[in-house]
Design a protein around this ligand. Structure first.
Ligand SMILES: C[S@@+](CC[C@H](N)C(=O)[O-])C[C@H]1O[C@@H](n2cnc3c(N)ncnc32)[C@H](O)[C@@H]1O
Length: 280
């Protein structure tokens, strides 16, 4: 019976928290300050219970053993926050639609590649919003070499993003005209992206703090509301790597509470509070 008992808070020691911290840093570059100790308890205790482990200690022993590789993924997923919404921080989509795509579309029609990256896409609202903006400004994009790469470390959210189905409440943030143009309702009351727009995004699992098997350069990168989980050094390394993946004149969008500390050293020019352009 003991194995089925939930782990109690008294069994969650500071040493357990330090182990989780180390795992988060090593596996995902995620920094967990001590202020997150209670949050970590509530997130991880669910995994401890689900695995039927009697204590945090036993759970962490399992996760770090060779048999626990699959569960290690679940632990990382439990430590990440996936909050997102359609057209979140809308000025980025307005900029993409009115500045970036109108400039890029004639060149892509003439034969060059066009790429946009949603670099921590969560359940997909960000890349699907990008796709709607692209289809609005460049309706024939799917007939040319134009694609949106959408990546996240969490395979579960990437699967949901790929499905592209959302409930009625989630799609409220999509203007009615776009919803009817790009989505179809299903019998269970959900809405699903349908038609040519489905050919624009490609979804992949990718850890931003590991190597990137990505060819070529991007005209725009959305990296929003993810670096808040990283420490300063990890953040700066990421900004530099993202800047290196932008083509000259390409744009980087960051979350409204974020800023690129190393902008000029990274070859970026700030053109608006959370919008940066790669120097030529
Ligand atoms: C709060 S969501 C942000 C989603 C979207 N970019 C937005 O602004 O609405 C943060 C996402 O970052 C992902 N994430 C956390 N650490 C990551 C890492 N090391 N590599 C890639 N994605 C990561 C999480 O899985 C989560 O889906």
């Amino acid at each position: 019976m003991k194995d089925l008992m939930p782990a109690s808070e008294s069994e969650y020691t500071d040493a357990d928290f330090q182990r989780v911290r180390q795992i988060a840093r090593e596996q995902a570059g995620i920094h967990l300050p001590t202020t997150k100790k209670a949050l970590v308890y509530s997130r991880v205790s669910r995994r401890v219970r689900e695995r039927g482990q009697g204590s945090f200690h036993a759970y962490l022993d399992f996760v770090t053993s060779s048999a626990g590789e699959g569960e290690m993924q679940n632990l990382i997923f439990a430590l990440t926050t996936n909050v997102t919404s359609f057209f979140r921080e809308k000025n980025h989509f307005d900029h993409l639609e009115s500045v970036v795509i109108p400039h890029l579309a004639p060149q892509v029609r003439a034969g060059r590649r066009g790429r946009v990256w949603s670099a921590a896409c969560s359940t997909g609202q960000e890349p699907w919003s990008i796709a709607m903006s692209v289809m609005t400004a460049f309706p024939d994009a799917v007939s040319h070499d134009f694609r949106i790469l959408a990546t996240d470390i969490n395979a579960n959210v990437v699967a949901q993003a790929t499905e592209g189905a959302y409930n009625a409440e989630e799609v409220e943030a999509i203007p009615a005209g776009r919803k009817s143009q790009f989505m179809e309702p299903s019998d269970d009351g959900d809405y699903r992206f349908a038609g040519p727009i489905r050919r624009l995004p490609a979804f992949r699992v990718l850890n931003l703090n590991a190597s990137w098997p990505i060819q070529g350069f991007f005209s725009a990168i959305f990296c929003r509301n993810v670096v808040i989980y990283f420490d300063d050094a990890t953040r700066e390394r990421l900004w530099q790597r993202l800047a290196d993946k932008l083509e000259p004149g390409g744009f980087l969008y960051v979350g409204h509470s974020e800023r690129v500390s190393c902008a000029s050293a990274c070859g970026l020019i700030q053109v608006a509070p959370t919008i940066y352009r790669k120097d030529h």
